[in-house]
Design a binder for this molecule. Structure first.
Ligand SMILES: Cc1cc2nc3c(=O)[nH]c(=O)nc-3n(C[C@H](O)[C@H](O)[C@H](O)COP(=O)(O)OP(=O)(O)OC[C@H]3O[C@@H](n4cnc5c(N)ncnc54)[C@H](O)[C@@H]3O)c2cc1C
Length: 311
């Protein structure tokens, strides 16, 4: 039974919290989209015995810790994670209705299918012939999701439906899936911004964090940014004044917020080390502090010691 508390809306639903979906979620949430991730069921990555080719982990990383880090990062930027299996997706007037095994019902504008082993929940969309292809296997014919259904950026012929990771035909490795998840999220974010009145020239969101020292004095002045913005969209300033003002100011806010000063850079570095240490096994950290050859050598020892002293 579904009660009212199980019904809600989200701007973006991501099916799958593996490398492809988790990466897409980080980008969507950082762009300010209300992002809900469902993650349950058959996982490719959980079959991997030890992840050794994902950049940034010199000794490799066990899959459970990798998932914990990915989940923490999604939550850090505001994505909501729900451990539930998506069973069906249908169209609504404005997007999609998602139903789960445990009776949750979510209406969403956009949906990213990012579960390598499962696309069955898309069948109720009613475009099976275009979306699934049939293969003979042991004399039986089986329908598989057609990996050529989405384009390279993950868009599909169904507006608002995107596909990420190996399900979209990219190579089968975790880091490749994560990279594609980011690409698909950028596509989705740009589409959402266009729908919100953004011009093509400013729809793409470049997710950079920049040093304030790189910001010339000229660009600390909002008027200078307004001139820049008007130059970008010059050929189409004829839209409603309210839209022009709203989008212009939002783009300038975003540009300026990307710059952080030295104190903030240091604060974030220390926080990053503490978050990483909090995920690791304390005994391994203590050993690592005494062993210059292990990965923890790259973390700041004082930060780690202060983390270990914390109750
Ligand atoms: C045996 C094996 C070993 C591997 N070893 C490596 C390796 O060493 N290095 C490497 O880079 N790659 C490895 N891979 C490949 C890697 O696992 C995949 O390329 C990568 O995980 C694909 O990411 P994904 O997010 O698309 O899918 P997945 O990793 O499968 O993640 C999808 C997620 O979606 C969830 N899900 C599924 N269905 C639903 C649903 N209906 N509703 C909600 N959630 C759902 C799953 O629980 C899962 O968490 C290995 C694969 C296998 C099979």
């Amino acid at each position: 039974m579904t009660d009212e508390t199980d019904r809600r809306t989200a701007e973006t639903v991501i099916v799958g919290g593996g490398p492809a979906g988790a990466s897409a979620a980080v980008f969507c949430a950082r762009a300010g989209l209300d992002t809900l991730v469902f993650d349950r069921g058959r996982s490719s990555l959980k079959r991997c015995a030890h992840l050794e080719n994902y950049l940034g982990f010199p000794g490799g990383i066990d899959v459970a810790t990798f998932y914990e880090l990915a989940r923490a990062q999604m939550r850090e930027f505001g994505a909501e994670l729900v451990s539930d299996l998506v069973e069906s997706v249908t169209r609504t007037d404005t997007g999609f209705r998602v139903e789960t095994q445990q009776g949750r019902v979510v209406e969403t504008d956009r949906l990213v299918a990012a579960a390598k082993y499962d696309a069955d929940y898309l069948r109720p969309l009613g475009t099976q012939d275009a979306m699934f292809t049939t293969h003979e296997h042991d004399g039986e014919s089986e329908a598989y999701f057609d990996r050529e259904y989405p384009d390279d950026d993950g868009r599909t012929p169904i507006e608002g439906l995107y596909v990420a990771g190996p399900l979209a035909g990219v190579a089968d490795q975790a880091i490749v899936a994560a990279g594609h998840g980011a690409t698909v999220a950028r596509t989705l974010i740009a589409d959402a911004r266009r729908d919100d009145g953004y011009w093509d020239a400013v729809a793409d969101r470049v997710d950079w964090v920049r040093r304030a020292a790189e910001l010339d004095d000229e660009w600390t002045d909002r008027e200078r940014w307004r001139e820049w913005f008007d130059g970008q969209v010059l050929d189409d300033l004829s839209r409603e004044a309210e839209t022009v003002d709203r989008v212009r100011e939002a783009v300038i806010d975003e540009k300026l917020a990307a710059y952080i000063d030295d104190a903030e850079i240091e604060r974030r570095a220390e926080r990053g080390h503490r978050r990483l240490a909090a995920t690791l096994d304390d005994d391994a950290i203590v050993d690592g502090l005494d062993d210059p050859t292990v990965v923890l050598d790259s973390l700041d020892d004082d930060t780690i010691r202060s983390y270990l002293d914390e109750p």
